[in-house]
Design a protein around this ligand. Sequence first.
Ligand code: G3P
Length: 219
Amino acid sequence: MKFFVDTADIEEIKTLADTGLLDGVTTNPSLIKQSGRDFIEVITEICSITNGDVSAEVIALDFDGMMKEAEKLAAIASNVVIKLPLTFDGLKACKKLSVDNVKTNVTLCFSAAQALLAGKAGATYISPFVGRLDDIAFDGLQLIEDIVTIYSQYPDIDTQVLVASIRNPIHLTESAKMGADVATIPPKVIHQLFKHPLTDKGLETFLADWEQTNQTILA
Ligand code: G3P
């Protein structure tokens, strides 16, 4: 499973990229707002930190506007992925970009039918939002299972399932069990993944015992 980080925070991206465990980055207009920085500058900087796919979202709602914005964003770097909303015009733009061999990430997906359309439109990634469905008392993980099942019936659909709006490690592990291709994870949740109380407790015991041996490894 590929791990993307869902942030426009450059320091976080650098820290996570240094682990070698990061496969890409996703951003959205809200994350750009949080960064307080210029959109084009941030995407350019992120693309200089990672060779992985970096999603940059269009703002236009109409096909022509989306295509113009996509052209500008795609020119930033070869690893830019054009993020498009799951709308009529968004999928039309997705189809055109896929024919032109430009990578796309279709976002704001909340139903299996929408995901099927994105697959037909040749999306590189489909982003179903797990947390936001849970927020309104729908089963977000069920949507992931449905999309993975549907896509697996049709070998001609190459679209990768990119689980988005992840709020906790369970969202991630359950999606992995279902065979989702990618997870885009907020930095806070990525850091949670490393942690387990028994790891901390075990380490504490090992170090206390080691101290009593009066040895050093690097003498
Ligand atoms: O980037 C899209 C998605 O991951 C947003 O998540 O937490 O704002 O629902 P969230």
